[in-house]
Design a protein around this ligand. Structure first.
Ligand code: PAN
Ligand code: ZN
Length: 190
């Protein structure tokens, strides 16, 4: 059977798509070991398992030729001086890319290749970011009060490798400095 084309609406300022097949909520407890300041992490977790980000996915078969898309919403907040962020990942099929379109909020996409090249791109409404094949990516919300909302599209066969980032972290971190958000080297990077 041939798939039929379909449409859905993504109205703004409402950012939740009218068609959603899967809703993911990632809380602080799922981010163990990701933030630099472990003490601040433990302290925050002892008070409340805060909601850090959510993803609304539109499902398609996870095969070559298909595209997966959805909306990612990273909430404002910090653990120590580090802004709330997604876990971040490489695609399991490394040679796959991704497009992000920023709908709302302010933040950064922190990226790196397995060879150690790094790039940190600013996100603001209207900005389109192309993440080329091989680049791991993590979104960081630097707004004080507003969510960072992005629409994303990537090949459905890409898969996610979270393990590499869970073990090593990213080489760059986004922290709240005296003059605003700062990109710094991750002192724990091994
Ligand atoms: C996005 C991300 C989404 C959440 O769909 O999955 O922003 O981030 P994590 O997957 O790192 O938790 C994407 O990049 N997919 O490939
Ligand atoms: Zn991805």
């Amino acid at each position: 059977m041939v798939d039929l084309p379909f449409t859905f609406t993504l109205p703004t300022p409402q950012v939740i798509p009218s068609k959603v097949d899967n809703h993911i909520e990632r809380r602080l407890s799922a981010m163990q070991g990701q933030f630099l300041d472990q003490e601040a992490f433990n302290k925050m977790l002892s008070v409340e398992d805060r909601l850090i980000y959510q993803v609304y996915e539109i499902k398609r078969p996870e095969v070559e030729g298909e595209l997966l898309m959805g909306v990612s919403i990273v909430h404002p907040g910090k653990v120590g001086s580090e802004f709330f962020m997604t876990k971040g990942h490489f695609h399991s099929v490394l040679e796959t890319s991704e497009i992000y379109y920023c709908l709302r909020g302010e933040g950064f996409m922190v990226m790196e290749t397995p060879e150690g090249e790094t790039s940190v791109e600013e996100l603001s409404p209207g900005k389109v970011l192309y993440v080329p094949p091989r680049w791991a990516h993590r979104s960081v919300c630097t707004s004080r009060q507003e969510d960072l909302v992005t629409f994303f599209v990537y090949p459905a066969n890409a898969g996610h490798d979270y393990g590499t980032i869970e073990r090593q972290g990213f080489r760059k971190l986004v922290i709240d400095g005296p003059g605003g958000p700062e990109i710094v080297d991750n002192p724990r990077y091994s």
